[in-house]
Design a protein around this ligand. Sequence first.
Ligand SMILES: Cc1cc2ncn([C@H]3O[C@H](COP(=O)(O)O)[C@@H](O)[C@H]3O)c2cc1C
Ligand SMILES: O=C(O)c1cccnc1
Length: 334
Amino acid sequence: MNFDQQLQNKIDLKTKPLKALGQLEEIAFKIGKIQKTLSPELISPSLIIFAADHGLAQEGISAYPTEVTQQMVLNFLQGGAAINVFCQQNNINLKIVDAGVNADFEKNSNLIHAKAGYGTQNMLNANAMTAEQLSFCFQKGEDIVDKLTKSKCNIVGFGEMGIGNTSSASLLMSSLLDIPIEECVGRGTGIDDIQLYNKKVILKRVMENRGCPNSVEEALLFFGGFEIAQMYSSMLEAYRKNMVIMIDGFIASSAFLAAYKIDPKILDNALFCHQSDEKGHQLLLKKLNEKAILKLNLRLGEGTGCAIAYPIIKSAVEFLNKMASFESAKISNK
Ligand SMILES: Cc1cc2ncn([C@H]3O[C@H](COP(=O)(O)O)[C@@H](O)[C@H]3O)c2cc1C
Ligand SMILES: O=C(O)c1cccnc1
């Protein structure tokens, strides 16, 4: 029996009808395969929120003002956001990264300073970032995950905060998958019909003004943001370090899509924690041929889908390690 067969056999011989633990069995198989063991472990689960501002937010493409990005970073540091509550509930270690917020923050042990600028450029008039800023983001994203693995962490989720970033995510999705932008644009923080119409017009104009990117790097350079570029390189580094990678909603998935375009094998390490209500996410998952763990109509970001799905992921590992087999429990198998 090869390793895959041994792992499947261990799952199949648990005291349950064949396949009766459904998607939990797929998760257990995936994690066993990542860690190349029949007895996988989840160590020091962590979640990193990348925060940054977006120049395009000046164009009225979000329901909320840009100051909310910096205000939410303070909320994360004070423990008051949704992600704080769910991370605390599930013992997930949380770090916040200032990837390029339009404000300066006081030193804080939970805040990582990785500022590429005070927000991206307005993409209508210029590339979101310079080549220097992009390579800075790549370096920081890698360093952050590298440091995390020093604490033996082997499972990491990625979240984000940045008013206007559903626009970046839609532009990345449209350009990387060659799908018309209309199919990739949604209501983000909850814009109304008129604002949605305006958002589509603006994003079409961005695409005309920037042109068609010739590479993943160029797509990130054109459409940003700093938090998405850092998430992208962090995900690739997490893959190189063979971690289990938890993917949140639409925005995190757009960063993942960019990473996938560079190295499709990253899919082997990824768990899509939930299907966001943001239009575009369902199609993105379909294009990757991936099924999310949860569908709770969340449309928040911050990594909340990862933190909520984590106990389910843990259940998959627990049943694989702790459930009796037909043989050990002396139960008749068919
Ligand atoms: C209070 C508040 C908390 C948030 N936490 C995440 N987002 C989410 O909404 C933003 C994306 O939506 P859009 O592109 O429409 O601006 C991101 O910051 C995302 O993380 C929030 C948004 C708000 C207003
Ligand atoms: O799915 C997401 O990541 C999302 C959706 C809406 C707003 N912010 C984030």
